[in-house]
Design a protein around this ligand. Sequence first.
Ligand code: 4FV
Length: 241
Amino acid sequence: MIEALLLEGLIARAVQKKLLDVVVHDLRSFTTDRHRSVDDIPYGGGPGMVMKPEPFIRAVQHLRRHRGSPDAVILTSPQGKLLTHKEAVRLSGLEHVVLLCGRYEGVDERVYEEVATEELSIGDYVVTGGELPAMVIVDAVGRHLPGVIGDAASVESDSFVRSLLDWPHYTRPAKLGNHEVPEVLLSGNHLEIQRWRKRAALRRTLQRRPELLGGAQGMDDEEREVLQELQRNEEVRKAGA
Ligand code: 4FV
């Protein structure tokens, strides 16, 4: 699964350009029984199987011996801290990160106690395995590495950089059915365009993710005024609704 996800796209190209290195290890290589078991029945009963601790612990010890002590050993699980833009930027500052991927009902708790330095979740829902969460982390972190995204400005103007949602994007054609691209974007007036984009990002964030506004850093006076005006309109709209 992981190697398939590394065949296409910017992260795959970054690996080819040696901007980052992704090595996948098979947990079965760290088993000792002839069935190469990585899972077993849950103590206390209940449905499904649990991932055994020893293969994970041996794998991390192996990595420590062969690739040096990692800066972080992250267990991907729904019990983890939520992956956010801030977390992705923090992880992109580390040299060597190990991601542990579970399957089945989950991973024996002693993996977390023995070798994991943190637990990360990609969201409050359950997926069938830790591989996709691991690749979400590789992608979200990888794009912050120098040279991975062609135009760094694109990363700087990302959603969530300032804890705001992104402004609407448009490209040709200028008119599609009765949907026209906002006039200001065709004006070439960059100051007006920037003002329109800030306003659109604030309105969207206020309407869709108001909880993000609490964390909005570095709002300039104009943005604060626009936000107060939008909040007033929003209250009027709600009052009228
Ligand atoms: C998950 C998440 C997640 C739990 C049981 C894999 C599954 C299965 N990981 N963010 N959400 N993991 O649902 O990170 O083993």
